[in-house]
Design a binder for this molecule. Sequence first.
Ligand code: 9GP
Length: 829
Amino acid sequence: AGLGPKPQAERMFALMDRFLSNDPVSLQKDILDHVEYTVARSRFSFDDFEAYQALAHSVRDRLIERWHDTQQYFKRKDPKRLYFLSLEFLMGRSLSNSVINLGIRDQCADALSQLGFEYEVLAEQEGDAALGNGGLARLSACQMDSLATLDYPAWGYGLRYQYGLFRQVILDGFQHEQPDYWLNFGNPWEIERVHVSYPVKFYGTVEEETLNGKSCKVWLPGETVEAVAYDNPIPGYGTRNTINLRLWAAKPDGQYDMESYNTGDYINAVVNRQRAETISCVLYPDDRSYQGKELRLKQHYFFVSASLQDIIRRFKDGHNNFDDFPEKVALQLNDTHPSLAVVEVMRVLVDEEHLGWDQAWNIVCRIFSFTTHTVLPEALEKIPVDLLGSLLPRHLQIIYDINFNFMEELKKRIGLDFNRLSQMSIVEEGAVKSIRMANLSIVCSHTVNGVSRMHSELLKTRVFKDFYELWPHKFQYKTNGVTQRRWIVVSNPSLCALISKWLGTEAWIRDIDLLIGLQEFAADADLHQEWKMVRKVNKMRLAEYIEAMSGVKVSLDAMFDVQIKRIHEYKRQLLNILSIIHRYDCIKNMEKTQRRKVVPRVCIVGGKAAPGYEVAKKIIKLCHAVAEKINNDADVGDLLKLIFVPDYNVSVAELVIPGADLSQHISTAGHEASGTGCMKFLMNGCLLLATADGSTVEIIEEIGEENMFLFGAKVHEVPALREKSSDHKAPLQFSHVVRMVRDGHFGFKDYFKSLCDGVEGDSDFYLLGSDFASYLEAQAAADKAFVDQEKWTQMSILSTAGSGRFSSDRTIEDYAETTWGIEPCKCPS
Ligand code: 9GP
């Protein structure tokens, strides 16, 4: 199939020697050219930021070459392609990742040093691309890296928000949100494609018309906005393949306001133009609940409609029969946010391509797969019918038709069980009649998966039980993974070098299973020596950052104990803080001689709270209030410090994770769908203190219980514990520390009252009280293990050695084979 080789393509491959060279001198020349012509500064006088810009453009040139080759090659080969639809991508910085994947880091460093610049200093000039909230968004970024590295013919699609995730600023211990205008200083990593744009329509009415003797529906939209493409090349590691992340920005439609201009209403016309741009203006900063907001729904449809127009255009350029569509296209719904795509494909096929309903439905059911990232019912999106009907009237009709057919099929299978029918219906009746986006996605997708084995079991037995009973074959599990390129090679270069030295190869960077080879040396004294040295250097780097950021000097002999992630009640940062209060209280009440036995700790907490999430914001304030007390208590000194790392993002994670001795993943069992932070820490040889929740259950299987610190109720015990009377749940130490907070030991007595109320008595939904005793035991076990540094180092080596299963390469291969049905398509080097 396809077009066959084109003469230009043949010639292009023949001219490979004209590609940019990667030796330091060529790089220097390119950098200076960009200083002069792109940044428009004199090549005799430019600062670090300008040097970063010039370097970024030089790297971008190389990315573009590979991008072109890859896209040409895909076009020639015409393989089945994966389109990964995600409303969020948390890419972080691009320079460091790109130079590693292109294999030109050392050459860049050499080139710069001869020009009087330091690579590391320039890399720090780049801000994070934070177009996402948390786990889901960072996972998308890791998966893009693996798709490129493994040569899969894939594209990502998303939104180019003008404002990414808010910047967290802490004033007097309280979180404040500031806009993240990440595009202020330009973005060299994207390519604006002014000629790639599509009209996206909203509102209006649906009319009935007759075409060729058949009646059909015609949508007469009321508003049109233009979607303009911005391409972000994603290079693979150790391959020429460079795939694309295409993000859409909203621009006013050319015709949009001609009338206003013509009637002289110039001001209104300009204001209207700005209104169009608001669609891609801001990322919603809440990964916890969805409120039926019109702008959010507009964002969903805007990105879905533009992406599908683009995908269908590409398909039609070489194919003229839509029955071939499922052979060429796999569409991945990353959570429910893009799920209007199923409806849009139906609309395009039926209304615009004039396929029959059944033929179109058959195509839809073969192209979509759906991943859900949550177990929290409040995070399952529902869209009020009134809102959907006004914004997308034709789509609402199609949803009703899909639901009607589904309900008819269901009645044949289960009879008139109205309770089940109404639970499975895509349309939820009730005070606010709504569309259940998860139900819509399940009905229309060929596979549905959770993101860890435990999560997928919970989907089958609880969240989507009825659907599992109906279609067991649809349900899969795909345990998440993270990319070792970003999380070891980029963020922990000294560990990377050490691993390569002991394994005798760098091949593990593409083939992570090789890491298991470290097991053989886990007791080797020489490796211990070198491993400890690497860890110490990373701790020094982190300690310097802490001092610069907070003014607190921390001891490198202390255990660096880290909990960094979004602030959520279920993630139980409060449990951590209460145990820190307990530790503080114990130290204060000890004799001086006893204190010598205390293992010094530096507790590091970081994470953002959704702006409207009051409890999470109070947890941040409590952390600061406790830190204020402890860090200023000279009597406690280096035995205990508490640090809150503000504005936690990908770059902060790259600094903190390699420096951590212990990391905490302590959600109430059954609440964390997977967790990916734990995988990053594991790869970096950090020991885990964890509950058996999400992916930690599988980590236990890989590295053994004896190499981590486990505690807490198991998932099957949670319901009974919630029933249990409060008097039997919490130990005395727990009541004591909560009392300290209540009594104003850390100030803000009234402000913290509701936090205390929420974890005492019958309101302790997340079981802080009943898990407290075993949590303290696990903490004590960690202290004990830390005293024996050789043992600790061995556990650390075994953690890294056992982390292979948690690479996103493994996850992506699994999706490719068992969900998407795609094959690698490697562009010749
Ligand atoms: O909370 C989940 C987290 O457990 C998971 O690892 C991640 C990636 O699958 O997704 C998170 N969910 C979200 O970020 C939004 O629901």
